[in-house]
Design a protein around this ligand. Structure first.
Ligand SMILES: Cc1cc2nc3c(=O)[nH]c(=O)nc-3n(C[C@H](O)[C@H](O)[C@H](O)COP(=O)(O)OP(=O)(O)OC[C@H]3O[C@@H](n4cnc5c(N)ncnc54)[C@H](O)[C@@H]3O)c2cc1C
Ligand SMILES: NC(=O)c1ccc[n+]([C@@H]2O[C@H](COP(=O)([O-])OP(=O)(O)OC[C@H]3O[C@@H](n4cnc5c(N)ncnc54)[C@H](O)[C@@H]3O)[C@@H](O)[C@H]2O)c1
Length: 466
């Protein structure tokens, strides 16, 4: 069958791919985008949006529990209703998915629901959901396939019907207790949420600290938040064996010789790219040992005219990183036509937030990374209780830490742990992008009383270490 020809063929409708497809379709190019299941991609369907929706519900529950403290009477016995919670989450997701489909169609692209397989260079065969097939070729092809929960080869895991971040979103009943394997982003966010809504949580983490990319003092503070809240942590312990008994109880054997058991197990041990079995190698698109699509700094793959983006291309696993991949691809496709300058993905400043209680927001270098890179470092460190806004909202937990270059006062990075840290980090990030030194942030006039106003305080002598 002769392939249908397109200027741009996007395979997998993740953040980068869908943004590019809409843009180029609107500009008059002939664009097709193939998506096998999730309209709008992972983030909207099974990741950021549903998890942050239910995390907010957990915060609402916690606020109602503390109602009397805020002067509100009559809210004595709040509890999470799992059916209402699920419906609320589905409502938020459903509304966004419907909005996405409208945008796709409105852009003028050919939006195709089906599974793509590469059958020739720059050419895919799509098994449509109605059973028919289409063959499509792009002058340029962008692969944006994403990742799925990794289920490592742990004895008994495959037979124990464990939960993943996907299945947790469809639970019809909450377990009384759960063992979470993995103390990374997903493990920490689910541990905090489930604990807030009344599940007894044990986290098993192979590394010696939660969130191994963070400074040890920051990770220790998160661990203390967790244990103070009633979460049990098993750090430096690997899950080696899983067994589900006839009564449904699951026990997990650890490398330490201990065993932990609960009603259920959530596996949060990283994500693997969905790049196998779709013919990528046959058309010259090389994969790395981890199955990621090999790309250069411009996000070009090893096959001519084929580009890749997002998690599966090895970009940091965040939706905003994939969105930046879209910008890079847009610039590089234009540059390939002789319009404008190419862009590189190297050296990007990519912040992130762990949406636990309180939030941990990060940007730039950790203290350890800065020291390892040879910087003479100065630390600013302040308790969140020093920020007036934290008082007015009754959220005093946490600490802000910023890493400065001693000689220049340049801001190298920060770890803000506290209420609304996810918002305040963007302010600091803008200062870093604008190359402002810490005194400019200290002396800026910032609205009172806001959380970001804490940046005025953080850099005063009271909180600057020698
Ligand atoms: C539980 C959880 C919470 C998260 N929370 C956050 C957060 O708060 N903030 C944040 O920034 N990031 C978060 N992330 C990470 C974020 O979701 C990902 O980094 C982001 O979604 C990656 O998008 P992507 O562009 O790589 O592609 P994806 O959005 O993964 O899209 C890839 C698409 O390709 C499709 N596809 C795959 N194979 C084929 C095929 N053969 N044919 C056709 N289509 C195919 C898939 O169905 C999918 O829709 C979270 C992740 C998880 C799992
Ligand atoms: N708020 C956010 O931005 C957000 C939220 C969730 C997920 N994400 C993205 O999703 C990705 C995947 O998250 P994740 O939490 O699954 O992976 P992760 O890589 O962050 O954490 C997995 C953890 O599992 C541990 N581990 C590995 N094998 C183990 C074993 N056998 N026993 C015990 N522990 C073991 C590792 O030490 C590691 O810390 C992240 O890299 C992140 O980029 C982002």
């Amino acid at each position: 069958m002769e392939p249908e020809e397109f200027d741009l063929l996007v395979v997998g409708g993740g953040k980068a791919g869908k943004s590019l497809a809409m843009d180029l379709a609107k500009s008059g190019q002939k664009v097709a985008m193939v998506e096998r299941a999730m309209i709008g991609g992972t983030c909207i369907n099974v990741a950021c949006i549903p998890t942050k929706t239910i995390i907010h519900s957990g915060r609402v529950l916690e606020t109602v529990r503390r109602a009397a403290e805020f002067g509100v009477a009559g809210a004595e016995h709040p509890r999470m209703d799992i059916d209402l919670l699920r419906h609320h989450k589905e409502d938020v997701v459903g509304t966004m998915v419907a909005g996405q489909e409208k945008l796709f169609v409105g852009s003028g692209m050919d939006f195709i629901l089906g599974e793509a397989k590469f059958v020739a260079p720059k050419t895919v065969e799509v098994s449509l959901n109605d059973g028919s097939t289409r063959t499509l070729r792009g002058t340029d092809v962008v692969i944006n396939l994403g990742t799925e929960p990794a289920l490592p080869n742990i004895e008994g895991l495959a037979e124990s019907s464990v939960q993943t971040s996907n299945t947790m979103l469809h639970l019809e009943q909450l377990p009384a207790s759960i063992v979470i394997l993995g103390g990374g982003y997903i493990g920490c966010e689910f541990a905090d949420l489930l604990n807030t809504i009344g599940v007894q949580v044990t986290v098993v983490q192979r590394a010696g600290q939660l969130l191994p990319r963070e400074d040890a003092d920051v990770a220790e503070a998160v661990a203390k938040d967790f244990t103070d809240a009633g979460i049990t942590l098993k750090l430096g312990a690997s899950a080696e064996k899983i067994e589900r008994a006839d009564d449904g109880t699951v026990s997990v054997g650890l490398s330490t010789g201990e065993s932990v058991s609960a009603e259920d197990v959530l596996v949060a041990l990283g994500r693997r790219p969905v790049t196998h079995g779709i013919g990528l190698g046959d058309v010259g698109v090389e994969l790395t040992e981890k199955g990621l699509i090999r790309v250069d700094e411009r996000l070009h793959t090893t096959a001519d005219g084929v580009w890749a983006a997002g998690d599966a291309a090895g970009s940091p696993q965040f939706t905003h990183a994939s969105y930046d991949d879209y910008r890079i691809l847009k610039a590089n496709l234009a540059a390939a036509r002789g319009e404008g300058q190419p862009r590189s993905a190297a050296g990007r400043l990519i912040p992130y937030t762990v949406f636990s209680t309180p939030e941990l927001a990060r940007v730039g270098l950790t203290e350890q990374q800065a020291r390892e890179a040879g910087h003479d470092v100065r630390i600013a460190r302040m308790p969140v209780s020093a920020i007036p806004r934290a008082r007015t909202v009754g959220q005093l937990a946490g600490e802000w830490k910023a890493v400065l270059e001693r000689e220049t006062g340049k801001i190298l990075g920060a770890a803000l742990r506290g209420v609304d840290a996810s918002e305040a980090i963007a302010v600091l990030q803008m200062a870093m992008i604008g190359r402002l030194d810490y005194t400019a942030v200290r002396d800026a006039v910032i609205t009172h009383p806001t959380v970001s106003e804490g940046l005025n305080l953080l850099f005063t002598p009271a909180w600057l270490e020698d």
